[in-house]
Design a protein around this ligand. Sequence first.
Ligand code: MG
Length: 257
Amino acid sequence: MKKLIFSALALAMAVSVSAQEKKEYPKPEAMRPAMTEFWTPQPKVVTPGDIKTNSAPSDAIVLFDGSNLSAWKSCKTGGEADWKLEDGVFTVDKTKGDIETKQHFGSFQLHIEWRVPENITGSSQARGNSGVFLQGIYEIQILDCYNNETYANGQTGSVYKQIIPLANAMRKPGEWNVYDIIYSAPVFNADGTYKVAPTVTVIQNGIVLINHYTIRGTTEYIGHPQVRPHGDGPIRLQMHGDPSEPISFRNIWIREM
Ligand code: MG
């Protein structure tokens, strides 16, 4: 009897497998090149700046075109930015404190040109020190590192005291340096920690110094970076208190992303 049951089961299974084998499924369509070509959305058209005059791209917010400092304010007084403006260039005034943009930004691409004076003096961090604070909080160091030794994580283009730049791309004092900074703003959890930490790429004179580095927190001169929740913030330029000759700036624009 047992034998009979096993035989019947075996027969039923064989019939079932055979039925499955015979069932025909639709064949997937063969891949064609067009199947992986997406036509929308098309990237917006942005007209690049004029290569001869180094002007801003068509969709940039111009923060300084040489004519006035109306996009900026004094951090000290909250009034108009009062650094020295001459011949299309403005220069840090060491009696006036930092300046920052009136407008606040989230993620962006920033272009900023800066010059160490030819007659620069001092050494290490006391030589042409300034900085670009992203969202007013995270400093990308500006310093004259042309034949000037200092701690590596405080060099030109460092995320100050957080990351050592990949290169020293300084031009000589008296020549213009160019920063192109690509910054992604952080997203915070309800408890104030980073859900997505801020990241930054820094290019100086066409050379990558920082390659999509994750910023760990606030810029601190003493102590470790802190994580503090914040929203959009300004671009802040540093007035450093060292006695060396001050840095100058020109041609500043930003593209929001
Ligand atoms: Mg600095």
